[in-house]
Ligand binder design. Structure first.
Ligand code: FES
Ligand code: FES
Length: 153
């Protein structure tokens, strides 16, 4: 039986009727057409599905949509300004921190959460915070450069 939920997505109040088994990732991708977050491992390991839930990075593959009721969700589509990209998005392009891009949304949102918590993290702090995000293309060096550049570290 479906349940009605209401949540804020990228600053906009949204409502939906969801099956109890539907994940938050399925909700944003299939019902809200926000497809930046990707399904990778489906077991909370790779970080490709990361969204910010009340400002905290979460694996949306492993969060039930019903549990997102009343929460504030940020997807990569809500990160940029109307006429400009977020500095992390700019830096990822500038430093070539992506190849296929499958992991990129997760990396950028996780890095945003880190920088919101700690404006000038050390390299070690960045590495530890991003430990749950995998890049199968192996762009780790460029990703670190991009984040360090935004952090001014
Ligand atoms: S798809 Fe969710 S963590 Fe890998
Ligand atoms: S850019 Fe391809 S998985 Fe990271």
């Amino acid at each position: 039986m479906k349940k009605a939920i209401s949540l804020r997505v990228n600053g906009i109040q949204r409502s939906a009727e969801v099956e109890p088994r539907m994940t938050l990732l399925e909700l944003v991708r299939e019902q809200f057409n926000l497809t930046g977050a990707k399904l990778g491992c489906d077991i909370q390991v790779c970080g490709a599905c990361t969204l910010l839930v009340d400002g905290q990075p979460m694996s949306a593959c492993s969060v039930l949509a019903v549990d997102a009721d009343g929460r504030d969700i940020l997807t990569i589509e809500g990160l940029s300004g109307k006429d400009s990209l977020h500095p992390l998005q700019e830096a990822f392009m500038e430093f070539g921190a992506l190849q296929c891009g499958y992991c990129t949304s997760g990396f950028i949102l996780t890095a945003k959460a880190l920088l919101d918590e700690c404006a000038r993290p050390s390299e070690q702090q960045i590495r530890e915070y991003l430990a749950g995000n995998f890049c199968r293309c192996g762009c780790y060096q460029e990703i670190m450069q991009a984040i360090k550049n935004v952090a001014g570290s």
